[in-house]
Design a protein around this ligand. Structure first.
Ligand SMILES: [Zn+2]
Length: 223
């Protein structure tokens, strides 16, 4: 995703081709998720390597309340001669350390049943943006959200389920691997954080020792 425009960009020429994704993290990074925002226009743009101008774009109008919002998406898909214009709901959940986390509610409906999954990222496939699950996309990035992995981790992992590998289908094995990889990466992150904290404590201890124990005839110098 290459940025957002200042608005007034919506025209019939806005075109998206191929698979693109939009995520709430970008909206957050661009400081757009500000309660009180009403119908703010803008555009998601994608550039191919080195191109100055966007190769595709999706216009939007963003409305943000204290805990909910709406992102109205407008775009054209030339190859399908389709002009799309529909809203995507934004909702929040509280963060442990205060503040809120923003999510898209997947707008896709299949067999008259709305998906309604809460996701960080929506992918364009066919005509509509929808969640990874609805579009049947494979898991390619640990950064992306995967509702089932999060659900499995939230629900507490039953590793017993993963024990009898011979009885598991390929899909179950794939999912088990996904959950374990995700959990392993999380533990690695915790490890690194602890290492950094321990490093800080160590260096503090060294500094203190320097201050307290510098012999009067020492030629050592403090770093
Ligand atoms: Zn969905």
């Amino acid at each position: 995703m290459g940025g957002f425009g200042s608005g007034q960009r919506w025209s019939k020429k806005d075109v998206v081709e191929g698979r693109h994704a939009i995520d709430t993290a970008s909206l957050k990074r661009w400081n757009l998720l500000v309660p009180g925002t009403t119908g703010r226009p803008g555009a998601f743009e994608w550039r191919r390597g080195g191109e100055g101008t966007a190769s595709s774009s999706v216009s939007y109008f963003l409305t943000v309340g204290p805990t909910e919002g709406t992102l109205r998406l407008l775009y054209t898909i030339k190859s399908l001669t389709a002009e799309l214009d529909y809203p995507v709901r934004l909702v929040t959940t509280p963060c442990h350390l205060g503040g809120v986390r923003w999510w898209f509610v997947c707008p896709l409906v299949r067999g008259n049943i709305p998906c309604g999954r809460r996701v960080r990222r929506l992918y364009l496939s066919g005509r509509y943006f929808g969640c990874r699950h609805c579009h049947g996309l494979t898991y390619t990035s640990s950064q992306g959200s995967d509702c089932r992995v999060y659900a499995a981790l939230r629900g507490g992992l039953d590793f017993g389920r993963f024990r009898d590998v011979r009885r598991m289908s390929v899909a179950q094995l794939g999912f088990a691997l996904k959950v374990l990889t995700f959990e392993q990466r999380r533990l690695d992150r915790v490890d690194r954080r602890l290492d950094r904290a321990a490093g800080r404590r160590r260096s503090k201890a060294v500094n203190t020792a320097h201050r307290d124990d510098i012999p009067s005839d020492s030629t050592d110098t403090d770093p």
